[in-house]
Design a protein around this ligand. Structure first.
Ligand code: SAH
Length: 574
């Protein structure tokens, strides 16, 4: 969560210096305040406050003006020595995130004490917020949250259709319930997902009351909660129909108007020629309820159109129909980098902690198991069909869940992203998020020096999926182009001759003294690197955990480091 305005309160010289660093890091968001006397002002003006003050002094000063945690500014306190950023108030309303962000800028340690975050579990009051979930009965948060945290069995219904993070659940006779549903009358702590679209049709001059009468009756017919309405929808000819616009405004719903042409082809149970003649589509309410944009799957119609009941003998002026949107699952394609934890970007960590299902090879899962939220479903697979893994990930995301498909390096480089995305037809029914990872060539080049300082080609020597003649043609092209050449998958037990052949091709085009750098297990325990030459190189030193970088004709070794010049001369002083 990012706060729009952050009031920074500093009383001492050290505090003011740190405040300046925050202002430099977030120039658009930070407002500076003087000493403790201005703390209350900052608290009232801003979405969040960072105070370089003792926790005690802060609490004493703010106590009389505290309201509710959902509306108060979040407050983070830092000690004079900048060792700790303590999330004091509004932890689940951005305070915990802010403590982390401040710590990242100032190099201190965030101190988080809200129970669910401290245990790594998902907090119930932020559950599904980013998906638009509304909590119908917030008074249930505390009792259900307490059960969950104490390890008592809690039953959750309906969550597996939504891309929400996992909850840490125990088996046994449930002592509390959580429901994620658009059905009225649900049990326990109830989350309302924005799953329903109410299509409305109306005659000119309809009142908001009459529109809402039709909408409410349509919802009631199928026992649906108005709190799950994502939007009202109609045809663009009705965009200026004040009754529709006002009905949406009163309930706080969005309202959208679709072109008649987009609605005309949609399959509905009650098309009408009269309506077609009037607005250019045979259905307004039913079709607008189902339509979710170009290339999006149609929502499932659950309540065919019904008419309003108007007061008196007047003919009904409004119709309403309800459709349910299929939840859009989330597929995160995550490269874990070469291996070291500190080469795994924060964005990848955030996606891993957002996923409720993580799919990947055992060896990669072992690298990040500790980062996953308690309750995450882990699908470890041995080496085996990449295609099956990719398909499983896509299908699970299609069922509505948040899935992370993981691999080493970058997910898009000789890895799982391509087979996963290849399986989509033309229907855009899940959200796909790619997180860049540090690929082996970059991890290795930084160990070796600067071998990639000029144009380079990256080639996989695995001929399992690519015919060898194709690989050979590419190696030849790289050789002729004098590209620095990086070989992935250079050698394995079953593939022992390919690397020798590739180096022989390069040797025909560049001098025998051309440097060849190898890194085995870059950034992992036992990392090893060595630099040889084309003529001395022994392919048998290489295995499948190694990446091989062959210099261009310009690459040299300087002080034990492999360097490829930029291709032009740096001229000092001119
Ligand atoms: N997606 C990965 C590449 C997968 S192909 C990435 O972007 O890095 C597997 C090949 O990558 C291995 O055979 C090896 O050549 C190379 N590789 C991956 N990680 C490596 C590491 N830490 N050190 C050296 N080579 C590595």
């Amino acid at each position: 969560m990012n706060h729009k305005t952050i009031g920074v309160v500093a009383a001492t010289a050290a505090g003011r210096r740190a405040a300046e660093r925050l202002a430099a890091a977030w120039p658009d968001r930070v407002r500076s305040y003087g000493g403790a006397s201005e703390l209350r002002q900052a608290f009232e003006d801003c979405d969040a406050v960072v105070a370089f003050l003792a926790v005690g002094a802060t609490v004493r000063s703010l106590a009389p003006v505290l309201g509710h945690k959902s509306t108060d500014a979040a407050v983070v306190c830092l000690d004079e020595a900048l060792r700790h950023a303590v999330a004091v108030l509004g932890g689940h309303h951005g305070g915990n995130d802010l403590a982390e962000q401040v710590s990242a800028v100032l190099g201190c340690t965030p101190v988080i004490t809200t129970a669910s975050d401290a245990s790594g579990a998902q907090a119930l009051d932020g559950y599904g917020t980013d998906l638009g979930f509304r909590i119908e009965n917030p008074e249930m948060l505390a009792p259900v949250g307490a059960k969950l945290l104490s390890g008592a069995p809690v039953a959750v219904a309906g969550a597996d259709r939504w891309p929400v993070p996992p909850l840490d659940l125990r088996d046994g006779e449930p002592q509390a319930r959580i429901s994620v549903t658009d059905a009225a009358g649900a049990e326990g702590l109830v989350y309302r997902p924005p799953s329903l679209v109410v299509g409305v049709g109306a005659s000119r001059g309809v009142t908001a009351e009459e529109v809402l009468n039709a909408v409410d009756r349509a919802l009631a017919t199928a026992g649906l909660s108005p709190n799950s309405v994502a939007r009202l929808a109609s045809v663009d000819a009705k965009a200026d129909e004040a009754g529709i616009v006002e009905a949406a405004r009163r309930r706080g719903w969005d309202v959208v108007f679709h072109p008649a042409a987009a609605l005309a082809g949609i399959d509905v149970p009650n098309p009408s020629d009269v309506v077609r003649a009037e607005v250019g589509t045979p259905s307004v309410a039913e079709a607008a309820a189902r339509y979710d944009g170009p290339n999006r799957p149609l929502a499932e119609l659950i309540v065919p159109k019904i008419k309003s009941r108007s007061a008196g003998a007047q003919a009904p002026m409004a119709t309403a129909a309800v459709a349910r949107l299929a939840p859009r699952g989330r597929l995160a394609l995550i490269g874990l980098g070469p291996g070291a934890r500190d080469l795994l970007p924060p964005r990848a960590v955030a996606e891993l902690r957002r996923a409720s299902v993580v799919i990947g090879l055992d060896q990669y899962l072992d690298q990040i198991r500790d980062l996953l939220r308690p309750g995450t479903e882990i699908r470890a697979t041995g080496l085996g069909s990449e295609e099956a893994r990719a398909k499983d990930a896509v299908e699970t995301a299609r069922s509505g869940r948040a899935v992370a498909l993981i691999g080493s390096g970058d997910a898009g480089v000789y890895a799982m992203a391509s087979p996963a995305l290849d399986t989509f037809a033309d229907l855009d029914d899940i959200d796909v998020v790619g997180v860049p990872g540090i690929t082996a060539s970059l991890a290795a080049s930084n160990v070796l020096g600067a071998p990639l300082g000029h144009d380079h080609a990256v080639i996989s020597l695995s001929d399992l999926h690519t015919p060898w003649p194709v690989i050979e043609r590419r190696v030849t092209a790289a050789a002729e182009g004098d590209f620095v050449t990086v070989f992935y998958n250079p050698r394995s037990k079953g593939r022992h001759w390919q690397l020798g052949r590739a180096l022989a091709i390069l040797g025909r085009h560049r001098p025998p003294g051309t440097p060849v750098g190898c890194v085995r297990d870059a950034s992992r325990p036992g990392e090893r690197s060595w630099i040889s030459t084309l003529s001395d190189f022994n392919p048998a030193d290489v295995d499948m955990y190694t990446v091989v970088l062959v210099g261009s004709s310009q690459t040299r070794v300087a002080a034990g480091r492999m360097v490829t010049p930029r291709g032009y001369t740096w001229s000092a002083g001119s």
